[in-house]
Design a protein around this ligand. Structure first.
Ligand SMILES: [Zn+2]
Ligand SMILES: [Zn+2]
Length: 329
């Protein structure tokens, strides 16, 4: 028998402690089992989209009101996802250490600051400087945090309808980011297959098969993916993306009876799943023309149900697990 050690191994049972229940097995307090944790932080900061090599008119044409002096601000919300095996205390890492690392590296240097001057990445007088867009800021925050925390990825909300996700990991393109926008539309639908009787449809779709339809206020999230531009800091032109979603989805879908007013749904049951798939089909080509790739469409039909379509990875087992951890943040 091995002699007792003078210091208990982390996570082992200290002398005199009650024995672990039998189902704790070989992993007291979950030690060694992997887990992802998230931590939220907030900061307020201002920024200005104005490239010194462009004249006023071109800055205004490219960046709209974001180019107006002296800038404008946002209340940012940051969600940091970290992963790893649990220690003997039942934690991935101590939340106090996480809080202090985020405060020291991110919120202290950025809160109530002008982003263009806060970090050298955003110094536009340098040739390698770039605009402090949401996605460029997310990449810069990742660069500050990855030395201190076991990052899985992070999400940065500039406002509730605009956010960026970046993943961590050596295999990734270091300039790649995901950019999401949220919009909404109201529409009516009826769930029924024409070839079936009313009784058969009600057996499948329940109240949703009632003959005169019903409606929802749909929330639509569109996520694109791509490397950020070295100078503009953008995955794609945000205004162009917003216009595509407005022109191709919101305008033709809003205040319609989908089954009758959107030709695709004359022969395809407009379930949330089918609407999300159709939106992905409508958007993927035009978004590719902007230089980004459509990554995901998420359509929330009610507070209780949503459908998500991964345009790039239709096989469900290929959905990036790390990004999903962020979505739950
Ligand atoms: Zn802004
Ligand atoms: Zn419905």
């Amino acid at each position: 028998m091995a002699p007792p050690t003078s210091r208990p191994i982390e996570g082992s049972i200290p002398p005199g402690a009650a024995p672990l229940p039998p189902d704790a097995g070989q992993a007291p307090h979950g030690r060694g089992r992997p887990c992802v944790i998230t931590r939220r932080a907030r900061f307020s900061a201002s920024h200005l989209y104005r490239l010194p090599e462009l004249d006023d008119a071109t800055n205004q044409q490219r960046f709209g009101r974001c180019s107006l002096e002296p800038g404008h601000g946002h209340n940012y919300e940051l969600i940091v996802a970290m992963g790893g095996p649990l220690d003997g205390d039942g934690m991935v890492l101590n939340l106090s250490d996480v809080k202090h690392a985020i405060r020291r590296e991110v919120t202290e240097p950025l809160d109530f600051r002008f982003l263009n001057q806060a970090w050298p990445e955003f110094d536009l007088t340098r040739p390698e400087g770039r605009l402090p867009t949401t996605e460029a800021l997310a990449l810069a925050i990742r660069a500050r945090l990855e030395a201190h925390l076991p990052l899985v990825g992070l999400r940065l909300y500039e406002q509730p309808d605009l956010w960026a996700d970046v993943l961590a990991g050596p295999a990734l393109d270091p300039m790649e980011a995901f950019l999401s926008i949220r919009t909404h539309f109201a529409a009516a639908h009826r769930l029924a297959r024409e070839e079936l009787s009313q009784a058969e449809n009600e057996a499948i779709y329940g109240k949703c098969a009632r003959p005169h339809g019903h409606g929802h206020n749909y929330l639509l999230d569109v996520t694109v993916r791509g490397p950020i531009d070295a100078r503009t800091g953008m995955v794609c032109d945000l205004a162009e993306l917003q216009q595509l979603v407005a022109d191709l989805v919101v305008e033709p879908f809003d205040h319609t009876f989908l089954n009758k007013d959107v030709p695709h749904f004359a022969s395809c049951v407009p379930t949330a799943e089918n609407i999300a798939l159709h939106i992905a089909d409508l958007l993927s080509g035009p978004i590719a023309a902007t230089g980004a790739r459509l990554h995901k469409v998420r359509l929330q039909e009610s507070p209780n149900n949503a459908a998500e379509v991964f345009a790039e990875t239709p096989q469900l087992e290929m959905v990036p697990a790390a990004l999903e951890a962020l979505a739950a943040g």
